[in-house]
Design a protein around this ligand. Structure first.
Ligand SMILES: Cc1ncc(COP(=O)(O)O)c(C=O)c1O
Length: 380
């Protein structure tokens, strides 16, 4: 099959004024961090999610690193998080000396299982990281209620969940902090990028310091101090304004992007549900009270073998599909912390059986028709 007939898993999108804004950033003479485009992106996020402060970062990984610093996570602390997540969710806390406590996931939403949460609490538990898989909300009411009773912090890894809601409230506004991603595969992107959303006013000033190499440079630029100096731990977590320029152009087209993704997601769902029912394949589940952001479309096949055969089958039809997270508790690092096979059975089974289909702005109806036809040829 020729290269142009192949449908990739993801394709970076240019949807509006990205090139114009990047050129403008250069012409304005401010291409380092915290320029005018960064400010506009941060205002968009504050408005969109309804949080007092958003700080753009170089990645969601770095926003998570900032979170762990802001929570003063230290050696011996325990942090609860799902095993079914990206490695950055755990690294941020382990870098500060924490021990990861992996929670299994719910079989319906593939989110941290709130029903077993309290059984994982110990006197050392410092934080719970709620990862909203595919941007479908964790049961935040139950999580916040349990954590609140024990004085444990709740933070959100909202890498997938911009524009999603739980009981009418935007994801990213539930925890004391949330991390967003603008990596190439996300609904809005600037290639590599992220944001830390801060929902607790007491954390804002220190977050600005940590993001600026541990200095009070932000206060200096606001004229609040007459020179800036090293005042805390930190690193360089702020992105160039050129990246923010790209991102702002995407933010301006958010309604378009979301409408397109919704129509792709619905196309898959409507045309695959009958096939899925007869082949014992599960499709994504969105519980009542959750508004999803149409970030991912996945199939849960009956077995690892079926999943791998489906990937190969789609590949033979020129369609790139892919698996998702490999359980963190069974990684080399997870095992070093004492985790073993069988500790998170739903995660292990889900990870083996899940396959993601292409979902991006430039997918055409012709592409979608081809993908759906190829999927439906497959028999389990
Ligand atoms: C749940 C989750 N958290 C964090 C990340 C890391 O995002 P980034 O690549 O922006 O650092 C990802 C990456 O896709 C992710 O899926």
């Amino acid at each position: 099959m020729s290269q142009e007939n192949k449908i990739p898993f993801n394709r970076a999108s240019v949807v509006g004024r990205e090139y114009e804004y990047m050129a403008l950033a250069v012409a304005q003479g401010h291409i380092s961090g915290d320029g005018p485009f960064t400010m506009k992106c941060q205002e968009f996020l504050q408005r969109q999610v309804g949080v007092p402060k958003a700080l753009l970062t170089t990645s969601c990984t770095h926003a998570l690193d900032m979170m762990a610093l802001l929570l003063d996570i230290k050696l011996g602390d325990e942090v609860i998080l799902p095993s079914f997540t990206f490695v950055s969710t755990v690294n941020a806390f382990v870098l500060r000396g924490a021990k990861p406590v992996f929670a299994d996931i719910r079989p319906d939403t593939l989110n941290l299982d709130d029903r077993i949460l309290e059984s994982l609490f110990t006197p050392k538990t410092r934080a719970i990281v709620a990862v909203h898989y595919a941007g479908v909300a964790c049961r935040m009411d139950a999580i916040i209620e349990s954590a609140g009773r024990y004085g444990i912090a709740v933070v959100e890894d909202n890498a997938h969940g911009l524009f999603a809601k739980y009981r009418g409230k935007p994801l990213g506004s539930f925890g004391c902090m949330a991390a967003q991603s603008f990596h190439e595969t996300k609904n809005l992107t600037c290639g590599e990028g992220g944001a830390l959303l801060i929902n607790d006013d007491r954390l804002i000033e220190r977050a600005e310091i940590i993001r600026e190499k541990g200095t009070n440079r932000s206060r200096f630029f606001r004229g609040q101090v007459d020179k800036y100096t090293w005042v805390d731990l930190g690193s360089s977590f702020l992105p160039s304004d050129i990246l923010a320029a790209y991102l702002l152009a995407q933010m301006e087209k958010a309604a378009d992007i979301q409408a397109k993704r919704r129509s792709i997601w619905n196309f898959y769902y409507e045309r695959l549900k009958e096939w899925a029912g007869s082949e014992k394949v599960a499709l994504p589940f969105v519980p009542e009270g959750c508004e999803q952001p149409y970030h991912l479309f996945y199939l849960l096949l009956p077995s690892l073998q079926h999943r791998n055969e489906m990937i190969a089958h789609l590949q033979s039809r020129g369609v790139r599909s892919t698996f998702h997270y490999v359980p963190l508790h069974l990684s080399d690092m997870g095992r070093r912390f004492g985790w073993k096979d069988g500790d998170c059975p739903v995660t292990e089974s889900t990870s083996d059986r899940l396959l993601r289909l292409p979902l991006y702005y430039s997918l055409s109806e012709q592409d979608l028709t081809r993908i759906v036809a190829a999927v439906r040829e497959f028999r389990c």
